[in-house]
Design a protein around this ligand. Sequence first.
Ligand SMILES: [Zn+2]
Length: 344
Amino acid sequence: MADDTRFYEIEPSLENYWRAVILFGKNVASYKFALAKALYDLRKGPSELVRLDELAPLFADHLIAHLKQCDKQITSRSSAFLDVCRKYSNGEISRDRLIQETARHGFNNVIDAFHNVHGNELDKRFFLDERKTSGGIRLTEDFYRLAEAQSFDDLNVETEARWRLVETAWELRLPRHVVRIAYDDNDQILHTLTSQNRRVNITSSRNALNGYQKGRCFYCYRNISLDMFSDDLADVDHFFPHKLNFCAKGKPIDGVANLVLACKECNRGADGKFDRLPSIDLLARLNRRNEYLIKSHHPLRETLMLQTGITETDRRSYLQSAYTCAESHLIMKWAPKPCGNATF
Ligand SMILES: [Zn+2]
């Protein structure tokens, strides 16, 4: 299994193909996220064929909403299409004109590129490009199957979190090697600092991390949820517990590299982990999970490299040395009871 395709090939579910589209690959604009969110809006739509003028208002509205909180939505200096969105926001053009221009110019690359991940065309399709024959895209059976899945709401939340990470990184306009995403235990929010040292909240850490664990508990693989009202709502857990802070000089105690999502049973149930050290096989899993974050370009990749090492070998030995340090201070180890297949 090639490294680049392992994420969806190890468990080739529709959810994981969708996640591959959203989480991986280099983005030069946020259009893929806007299209994903427009598709989400269409999940209960009346027809499989969606004409571009029907898709355009949904697509443009998501972009306009994001432009309001973050003006940088593309890596190139300017975009005539985004200028149209801005003009609409400022009341300079009509809604009809916005839709017309979006249908004409908004989809130029994104429809072609949507199913391309790491340079590979996915063998699953959520829509077919029928612009030439029918003036739109045709949603596939796989799309509707995905839309019926319980996790579809979570996929939408994951898309939003990924979008926030990418646009924030672009807007910082910092050299890549200094972009750092930090975590705050009080509000469980991922944030960063601008060059003026101003804190910018980006997204809930839960929403940002869930996709890389495929919606499963890191420890036991039970399904977890991002729904605040669900009994299965994920807990954010530190793999290396807090009480190791004293030995943590240079160790990944507070960084994203140490954050995992866990079910309540594993985190604080009768046989829960609490501040014990996870068994050594889980360290390899943490490394694999972190490598998924690394493959998710800008800004998690840069953050993880800064915190744990530039090469895969560096990162593995970094975690190993943190583990060795932890072992010398913590006698108690903990292992979860598996509740599902190993899917990441
Ligand atoms: Zn669990």
